[in-house]
Ligand binder design. Structure first.
Ligand SMILES: O=C(O)CCC(=O)C(=O)O
Ligand SMILES: [Fe+2]
Length: 353
């Protein structure tokens, strides 16, 4: 995938978007590619082991762009507890959820069937709630008035902090392999900064009954999440046992005629990770941000609900994205994000946080 060489222009369509708009078809499924599994042993690694892990991360990220972690330092109990928080949250009445509605152009708050992907042109069949630390004013549910979610804010922020630490540790491998200091990416993902942009998202894909689970006029299913790449540096995706649907496709093949998608079975104790567009640009396109989507199983059957939780590590708005080889002109993470949001979602969404 080629990135725009006119990064500050908001009138041109970035190649990522042009490609994404051709990704809406069903395609085929393949289990031929493997998503590598990397065990980081609770981060207790000798220097030699760390160097060997760095090679494993680099191999995965320069090829399929997806990898899975085990032993990453967040327990199954902690993950299940946060999924339970998410379930209680989405069970709140609609008018209560509307008190924390997502403002346009900001990755924060609650949205319901509102995210339209350029690949599909239809809203994703899901609802979500996003936490971005500096943007939370007025974005928390009143827990006194809604005791079913008592403790949600504290638990979610604690979980978010754990995700942040995992993401920063993974980014250390890429920093060193790219020739930067080990803490290079950590320094530009500062949770204390007003310009911090990392986001924890809880997603609820609603159940569908067979009568509503129908194909459109092109034979396409209703998409839970249409095909896309992520805008950020690194995504950590928590899934829950048996609630599958995620499929991935390496970018190099995405432009071809046959689009073959690889399912990533859902497991609570495995953390699925992918490279995003910002890290692809920051690595002069060596690390691959790849297409993925969430497909409800077959058309015409009842589909159970599904929960997932991605954590998006996204550099602070004032961080300057400049690859070591200088392939692209430097631009800030804020400018980059505005460009992508503008291209994907139109003028109304850009220029705001
Ligand atoms: O829910 C999932 O499995 C994937 C979600 C995703 O790709 C996203 O929110 O960017
Ligand atoms: Fe994604």
């Amino acid at each position: 995938m080629v990135h725009s060489t006119t990064p500050t222009s908001t009138d041109t369509v970035p190649p990522e978007l042009e490609l994404e708009s051709r990704m809406g078809g069903v395609g085929t499924e393949t289990t031929d590619r493997a998503v590598p599994v990397i065990d980081v042993r609770n981060w207790e690694l000798t220097d030699e082991e760390w160097d060997a892990k760095a090679e494993e991360f680099w191999d995965a990220a320069t090829t399929i762009g997806f990898f899975q972690l085990t032993g990453f330092g967040i327990t199954r109990q902690e993950i299940e507890a946060q999924f339970a928080e998410a379930e209680r949250f989405f069970a709140l009445p609609g008018d209560t959820l509307a008190t924390v509605a997502k403002p346009k152009g900001r990755n924060v708050g609650f949205e319901h069937r509102s995210q339209i992907r350029p690949s599909t042109g239809t809203p994703d069949e899901k609802e979500s709630y996003q936490i971005t630390r500096p943007l939370m004013e007025g974005m928390w549910i009143d827990e006194d008035a809604n005791p079913s979610v008592a403790g949600f804010r504290e638990a979610s922020l604690a979980f978010e902090a754990k995700c942040h630490e995992v993401a920063m540790r993974v980014l250390e491998f890429f920093a060193v392999k790219l020739g930067f200091p080990k803490d290079y990416f950590r320094k530009v993902h500062d949770p204390e900064s007003d310009l911090h942009q990392c986001t924890l998202r809880m997603i609820h894909y609603m159940a569908m009954d067979a009568r509503h689970n129908v194909a459109d006029e092109h034979g396409n299913p209703i998409w839970r999440a249409g095909a896309h790449t992520d805008f950020n540096l690194l995504t950590l995706l928590f899934q829950t046992d048996g609630q599958s649907g995620l499929q991935v496709m390496p970018g190099a093949e995405a432009g071809g005629d046959v689009q073959a998608w690889t399912p990533v079975p859902a497991r609570t104790d495995v953390l699925t990770c992918n490279i995003g567009d910002m890290l692809m640009r920051w690595s002069d396109d060596r690390l691959k941000s790849n297409f993925h989507r969430v497909k409800a199983a077959d058309i015409g059957v009842d589909i159970p609900e599904r929960y997932s939780m991605p954590y998006f590590a996204q550099a602070d708005r004032d961080a300057v994205i400049a690859g070591p080889r200088g392939k692209y002109p430097p631009m800030t993470a804020g400018e980059y994000l505005d460009m992508r949001i503008q291209a994907n979602f139109g003028k109304a969404e850009s220029g705001k946080r």
